[in-house]
Design a protein around this ligand. Structure first.
Ligand SMILES: [Zn+2]
Length: 312
């Protein structure tokens, strides 16, 4: 006598594990990755295109090529971290400097058609904070800031659980921090970007007789007084913008990504001390500065994956 139907005796069909999809779209390059729900990059690919000469059809092709990485995975959605000006509501890339083919490009619509998954897009500097919120040092916090340093400078703020991303808002690189400062690429003077990016560091090192092509890491390793002074000044310049963010939103925690990783403990401490000096209110959280642990190449992809998790 059979008590159990045959079908029930068979082991259940193993279900494909749930995955997160992420795409990074920057001038000349599209990266894509499949991540575990815990933010581990399991598979990745990338495609190059000619930023200046590409047509929208070329972008379509590059996108189709990288979307192949999602085939065979149970992705819960795809988050796109895009450079330039983005409209998250319509899923359009509005404008990317030097990439005419991306003006008005419907990236979420194209990727949804290629993958069958739900797709969302956000600016990559803002998304970085979601990578930290889900997979990094911001886990469990409702308010903190995530900072890009190096060639690209910007701050993303998570405030009471929401990414601050008002239409028209930017990521802070063009905050004025010096009334009579250097002329910026945007045409104004004294933007934060003019004195807290790699370009400033190289110029200052050159002026101090420390060589032509140097990096923050190389200056830290030199261990001489002049190099130390340049490093310290760079940390102070970075802190200038962050102090403004602390004054406005009191995020308390600042997670530094990019070049700041090369600055070592001294660099981190200078930034942290400047932020602590700026806290006037005794009841406020004492600011802390941490250096992000994610590999530089993964930061934007983790942000894209975090965008998917935030909407599940
Ligand atoms: Zn500017």
């Amino acid at each position: 006598m059979r008590l159990v139907p045959e079908a029930a005796q068979r082991p259940p069909t193993p279900q494909a594990p749930r995955r997160l999809g992420a795409v990074e779209l920057v001038p000349g390059r599209i990266g894509a990755a499949v991540l575990s729900m815990a933010g581990q990059v399991l598979d990745r690919t990338e495609s190059r295109y000619d930023a200046a000469c590409a047509t929208p059809a070329d972008i379509d092709r590059a996108l189709a090529q990288v979307a192949g990485v999602f085939a065979g995975h149970e992705v819960q959605g795809v988050g796109v971290a895009a450079a330039g000006l983005v409209d998250p509501l319509t899923g359009l890339i509005l404008e990317v400097n030097d990439v005419p083919a991306l003006h008005g490009y419907p990236v979420t619509e194209r990727l949804a058609a290629l993958t069958g998954a739900g797709v969302r897009v956000e600016h990559r500097a803002r998304l970085q904070v979601l990578g930290d919120r889900w997979f990094g040092a911001g886990r469990g916090r409702r308010t903190f800031a995530s900072v890009s340093t190096g060639e690209v400078l910007g701050v993303g703020v998570l405030y009471e659980g929401e990414v601050l991303a008002p239409p028209g808002g930017r990521s802070g690189a063009h905050m004025t921090v010096s009334a009579s400062g250097e002329r910026c690429t945007c045409g104004n003077r004294g933007c934060w970007k003019t004195l807290a990016t790699t370009g400033w560091l190289r110029a200052r090192a050159r002026a101090a007789g420390l060589g032509e092509e140097t990096s923050l890491g190389a200056l830290v390793r030199r261990d001489d007084a002049r190099a130390g002074q340049v490093v310290e000044e760079y940390a102070h310049n970075l802190a200038l913008g962050l102090v403004n963010v602390q004054q406005l939103f009191a995020p308390g925690l600042f997670i530094l990504h990019g070049e700041a990783r090369e600055g070592g403990e001294r660099f981190r401490t200078v930034v942290e001390e400047r932020l602590r000096d700026a806290v006037a209110f005794a009841g406020a959280e004492l600011p802390r500065v941490l250096v992000g642990a994610a590999a530089v190449d993964d930061v934007a992809l983790l942000g894209g994956a975090g965008l998917v998790l935030s909407h599940l």
